[in-house]
Write a protein that binds this ligand. Structure first.
Ligand code: MN
Length: 285
């Protein structure tokens, strides 16, 4: 199932060029009062939500996909985990390009581990990317985003797949420079998720997905998830050896070679096999 959030926090099922409005399925979520949970309630209750969606679908209002504003499919993740330099050719380009490495040593992911992006940096495709520090280099990074489905800590590689709820396309937008990654990659709108959430049963094998990013029609990044250095189960095992993963936590799995700058006025198109395609406009903050 492909589930989107659209317009003013509506819930939809995407089928071809149509979106079916199933917002009423959110009524099954438990009402919460302060303090709010540190996980995403929609993903935590996905089974129940899907049952309700199945009941609503036959009579759901149908909209044209091209007419809706797509939001981040996950509204309240507890954390955005991200993998640096997780493709060999990106590691090589980062080490070769002073505009990327800024005289810092680019270490392998096995040595530097993972980082976190602020949740407040999350945006949906329709919201676009708003460039801060336009005098500096602001790069696109297309990545497979893995959404965790149930709580777990110390998850073994063998069990890792059962912790995945589904997938999205992620853009890990980045201000290049000498600061910590978590600062440079946490600018408002610098974590784009979309175009929708594809449930794991709909995408049983994400280990060989072609994906591509263009800027104003020019292909910048084109790769396949089979070339991940630390693969999806390894990322889950590694992350959960440090902290509990909660439903709705998102893992940005890393970007391949071809990163490059974008500027206000550019149009990014990000496409993933078996997930979909999203257009993300770039503007000045
Ligand atoms: Mn990245």
């Amino acid at each position: 199932m492909r589930i989107c959030r659209f317009n003013k926090d509506r819930l939809g099922v995407v089928d071809g060029g149509s979106v079916f409005d199933v917002t009423a399925a959110l009524d099954v979520l438990p009402s919460s009062r302060y303090p709010l949970p540190s996980f995403d309630p929609f993903i935590a209750n996905l089974g129940q939500v899907r049952q309700c969606i199945d009941e609503l679908l036959p009579s759901a209002a149908r909209l044209a996909l091209e007419d809706v504003q797509l939001l981040s499919p996950i509204a309240n993740p507890g954390k955005l985990v991200a993998a640096p330099v997780n493709y060999t050719k990106h590691l090589e380009e980062a080490r070769a390009d002073a505009g990327v490495h800024h005289n810092g040593k680019i270490e392998e992911i096995q040595r530097i581990g993972l980082f976190l992006k602020a949740n407040s940096s999350m945006a949906g495709p329709s919201e676009g990317v708003a460039i801060r520090h336009p005098e500096r280099r602001n790069d696109h990074e297309i990545e497979l985003a893995v959404v965790i489905g149930k709580p777990g800590v110390g998850i073994s590689r063998a069990d890792a797949w059962s912790y995945i709820a589904g997938y999205c396309i992620g853009l890990d937008m980045t201000v290049r420079g000498p600061e910590e990654r978590s600062l440079r990659k946490s600018v408002d709108s610098y974590s784009v998720l979309g175009p929708w959430f594809v449930t794991a049963d709909e995408l049983p094998d994400p280990t060989s997905l072609d994906f591509q990013l263009t800027v104003n029609g020019e292909v910048r990044q084109s790769a396949n998830t089979r070339d991940l250095l630390m693969d999806i189960p390894a990322l889950i095992e590694f992350a959960s050896s440090f902290y509990t993963l909660h439903p709705g936590d998102v893992i940005f799995t890393g970007t391949p070679e071809g990163v490059g700058p974008v500027h206000a006025g550019d149009l990014i198109v990000a496409e993933f096999d078996q997930i979909g395609r999203m257009e993300v406009a770039v503007r000045a903050a």
